[in-house]
Design a protein around this ligand. Structure first.
Ligand code: FAD
Length: 287
């Protein structure tokens, strides 16, 4: 059991890990390599670098610094987080881990899928959480829109509710070495979601129509907003809401960096990581 699992290995996650580990606690960082930081071409406004540094270089320095302090880092994708009375289970594509606390440092949430009709039918046949809303579609015709491991995982949950679950990849390919095998998928690009009172069909660009009772959106990698919706974490304009200790409304779940909104800069992500790391140490040690 870890004292804390941090999701994200950008500046917020690594800064949090350093403070937690230096408080003598057991911390695990799970993240993918696609951070906002790596997209930064040249950074000239972050303290301590006489000459501009690329985001890629700064990212590597942060990872090396953490590794030198014996912080455990896993390159993996988190697809679910579960709350079990007094600890959390973090489910990745490859494994499951348990922790007393969670730090969400997943970066800025991407925009939702840009599909005609999606916004119009949100909450009326369109959902973002299989485990929360799947039951409403027991034995019904269910569609999952997405093409990554996260979509496969959501479809797997829904298969316990209905035998009729189809993944719509919206023009993309499913992962080559996928962790879950699927046979029921449609690769055509989606033109629109249509319906009357509620969403009732998916129309592809080639005009093929598929009748559906419920649609679940699981695009790309699960974001802070996806985790928030599953766990009941309060959001403010798609940013995770935190208190003065960086804790969300769910005790034990903290958030730091771009996913909490405000100044989308490295200095703020590093501050958030430090602040949340110290708050987590206090919570775990009960001080
Ligand atoms: C083009 C560009 C230029 C920029 N230039 C500057 C600049 O000059 N100066 C400056 O201060 N800031 C700059 N920024 C902003 C800066 O990069 C961000 O503010 C900073 O990286 C935020 O850190 P973070 O740790 O919150 O998120 P990120 O750096 O985005 O890291 C998020 C981490 O979470 C991981 N993750 C997300 N979801 C999952 C999941 N489901 N499972 C596992 N891992 C997951 C990601 O893979 C990543 O490791 C720039 C950003 C961009 C895009």
């Amino acid at each position: 059991m870890y004292d804390c699992i941090i999701i994200g290995k950008g500046p917020a996650g690594i800064s949090g890990a350093i403070y937690i580990s230096r408080s003598n606690l057991k911390v695990l960082v799970i993240g993918k390599d696609d951070t906002a930081l790596k997209k930064a071409h040249l950074i000239e406004n972050y303290y301590g670098f006489e000459n501009p540094i690329t985001g890629e270089e700064l990212f590597e320095i942060g990872i090396k610094q953490a590794e030198k302090q014996n912080i455990e880092i896993k390159n993996d994708e988190v697809i679910d987080i579960k709350w079990n009375d007094n600890f959390f289970t973090v489910i990745t594509v490859n494994a499951e881990y348990e922790a007393k606390t969670i730090l969400l440092a997943t970066g800025k949430s991407r925009n939702s899928a840009n599909i005609n009709g999606l916004k119009e039918f949100e909450g009326r046949g369109i959902s973002y959480c299989a485990i929360c809303d799947g039951f409403f579609y027991k034995n019904k015709k269910i569609a999952v829109i997405g093409s990554g491991e996260y979509a496969l995982h959501e479809a797997e949950i829904l298969k316990n509710i209905s035998d009729d679950v189809t993944i719509f990849t919206n023009g993309r390919e499913l992962p080559q070495n996928r962790s879950i095998e699927v046979t029921n998928y449609i690769e055509g690009k989606i033109d629109a979601i249509k319906g009357k009172e509620k969403a009732s069909k998916i129309v592809l660009e080639d005009n093929t129509e598929y009748k559906v009772d419920g649609i679940f959106i699981a695009e790309g990698t699960a974001s802070s907003v996806d985790f928030a919706k599953k766990l009941g974490i309060f959001l403010d304009n798609n940013n995770i809401k935190v208190d003065e200790n960086m804790q969300t409304n769910i005790p034990g779940i903290y958030a730091a960096g771009d996913c909490t909104g405000g100044l989308l800069q490295i200095s703020k992500a590093v501050y958030d990581g430090a602040k949340s790391g110290l708050s987590i140490a206090k919570k775990v040690k009960n001080i």
